[in-house]
Design a protein around this ligand. Sequence first.
Ligand code: 3PG
Length: 394
Amino acid sequence: FKTLDDMDLAGKVALVRVDINVPMKDGKVTDATRIDRIIPTVRAILDAGGKPVLLAHFDRPKGKVVPEMSLQHLIPALEAALGQPVSFASDCIGVPAKEAVSAMQTGDVLLLENTRFHAGEEKNDKLLAASMAALGNLYVNDAFSAAHRAHASTEAIAHLLPACAGRLMEAELTALDAALGNPARPVAAVVGGAKVSTKLDLLGNLVGRVEHLIIGGGMANTFLVAQGVEVGASMAERDMADTAREILEKAKAAGCTIHLPTDIVVAWEFKADTATQTVPVAQCPSDAMILDAGPDSIANIEAVFKTCKTVIWNGPLGVFELPPFHIATTAAAKCAADLTAAGKLISVAGGGDTVSALNQSGAAEHFTYISTAGGAFLEWMEGKTLPGVAALAK
Ligand code: 3PG
């Protein structure tokens, strides 16, 4: 696919699909990472004399105008990140958008209202895409994290204008290719989180592609059950035991070693700073819950990392939001970060919870790459084609 370097931007109106779907609390952006990460693309267009017009969604208004989901709320954060004023149009198509685009001077940045205020957005409607396309001369997709959606502003529009990837899209695709597409081997994948059922496709794809699969969090309990280990009062999807056994067999046949916890940290209450006990995995008390992996398991993960050249990470290893059940995630993340800093490992992580867990551990800044994507990262790890990326490749 093409990049900004292949495009003639001078004097052109560039419609830039960004993902600034950031978390907000009490009217304030609580994590501006996604906003910060689009700045190089906006700057590159401005530096080349182009006029960036930002197209974006915010939250899930389901085709209706929902004032709380107006992109106007993000203008202060966007202006702070860009270091210049940003103008705004109250609709992403029609008269308000046309007038705002015509009023742009070289050096201006314009943000258009939430694309999801139109029902056609999520339907990948060609007419809506054509109305957006009519506003500009070219289309830049910088929203890797929304590329798993075949929507009018991510898919259909890419067929209507000369199209290219923005800097963030390029960086995401390069990092993901280095992690799983064409990685330095051996590769370890860390997959955590609550449920096997939400990550079946992921596990199925990974066993054929990595040498080590480290499973943590609630989903590890399901695998333990599948191996006949009693997990007491822990969360486990007992009806998924057969599926888990199939994954274990598939891994064996593919030469992928699956690592499950060998020791566990258990508690009797699901809350922070409650009484805990660390026991071998076979000795989970019948009334206790497994909430983290223990020190032997951590040592095993660290030993695996040391033999690997690449680590790809999705999902926490324990209930990291409740201390002290963040310890395994933090320790393993620090180990990956140290090996990365020493030039021995390529480490890539993504997915909503994963990034907050790694940020909390302080290790994220030393990872080779932290994706801005949640669902898109997962689908990409599942080996799926992302419509927003595929449309650019055409
Ligand atoms: C995300 O936050 O992962 C993207 O912005 C996509 O949002 P969606 O899940 O509402 O499509």
